[in-house]
Design a protein. Sequence first.
Lengths: 422, 156
Amino acid sequence: MPRFPRWTICLAAMSLYACGGGGSGGGAGSVSGPSVAGAAGSVYAAGGANVVSVTVGPGPSAGSSSFNVPYASVTVCVNDTNSCTTVDHVLVDTGSTGLRLMASALNGLPLVPESDPSISGNTIAECLPFADGYTWGSVVRAAIAIGGESASDVPVQVIDDNASFSPPAPAGCTSNGSSLDSVAAFSANGVLGVSLFSQDCGRYCEQSTGNYDWYYSCTDSLCHSTLEALDSQVVNPVVLFATDNNGVILQLPSIPAAGAASAAGYLVFGIGTETNNSLGSATVLSADAATGEFTTTFGGQMLSGSFIDSGSNGLFFVDSTIASCSSSVGDQFYCPATTLDLSATDQGNNGNTSTVSFQVANLSTLSDANFARDDVAGSASSIAGLGADYFDWGVPFFYGRTVYVAIEGQPAGGTVGPYFAF
Amino acid sequence: MFSATQTAGVGILCLCGVVASPALAYLGGDASSVSADRVALRGQRSDQPMLQYDLHVITAATGTVVNEYTSRDNRVFAITWQGPTPPDLRALFGAYFAGFQSAAAASAATRAGAHRQLSLVQADFVFRAAGHARAFRGRAYVPSLVPAGVAADDLP
């Protein structure tokens, strides 16, 4: 379905954004720069039409900061109006799909909830499950601008972090675990999910006969779970851009082993659509069409549930020979006596392989002042035997690397997604 | 779904039919209530008696597969799941759900792996989950109910 940018709105929003930039990249000890070599020698300059600055650094507040969280800014407007606000410190997440913004970060912008077409007066809300909990909130239709790209009438989740939305999460939602409805839960004012899927749920929520319990039709006092058509689901905003809409590239600069106070990189829209986003010599690894996952071989084990995930703050994999950190540092992280040099091989469903070398440092020796760290690793949640053991290639994977995420069903640089390439 | 190297228990696989039965199922609860989980999940069920435990496989209407493991004294001691969406953990965890939910909340902000994984080890409840939209998997078990010789962390 074609989406046409509202140029009158977006021109104002874009000029605000292009002047302000996407966050600071300076500070003592930071290693960053306005020019980072991309694939085929292309150089990204912040402010280009399809390029947006990404900064790994402190979070939106002292109590909501975590290392290895890549941030961008997103401008959101009430559809068909000039009423806009720019939300900074939005997590750039290749592991999830859809734009989600904390209600508290919207400065009171009166975004309009999506209507239920089959029940007059009802609006749509969503409960998105995570491995440890859920986000709950209204699904609104908004115009958005990210860098020089824009789209209108985009389904966006407003995460109800200030109890401004009624009713509260239903039982089918809270059964997922703990509420993640807070800036602190994400160390961010929102999540920009730019995965290899087009919508967050897909056909499951459109066709399922079970209680899928993601989308709800709500009055202000009662919700019931409902099916949701694909084009009303919370969407990967990239697919709604007029151009540069087949995927993204995320690139972070190389940083020292001890870390850096911050790191400035780029999120580029489109693969093979402009002179600055060609695949070059990157290896294409096709992902499973249902799960978005591929296989990583590490330590002699084939881990078929692996993924590349900028929403994850380290590399996570099972290795019982690596010492865990103390509980005060976090016993899910690794703290080897000396830095380890390891490698693993990623394989796509298309048979292509790429071997990745990485380091695992002792997390407890890294300075708290360094928010960018390329050698943080920890234990995957051991799900041995469930056939989906995984290697989570989180933010450390992106430092010094140009990573392509191609959206399902879209031709991108000569290969149809879904795939990762690097 | 089932690995070729199943630990603990070699038995005759029996794909038995659905047995209708009353009562509410939950971790630590009575095995006869597994049928209630099938109803709650709107699923199909198959039962597989093994040497040290019984395995009841429930395929929910959502496509998520839930394995419920019951001991020789008829208690549900472990549950594992895999599928595009998590199963109803409140129904499956019973009395253990409240403790699980508050422990999950306590460590949300700086968790390793952000919200892609969670491991919780409590006094008598272990939870390990991982995944993302369209691909969730996990296990939960009550250590004091696990039969001797069964490695609950290796159950498929």
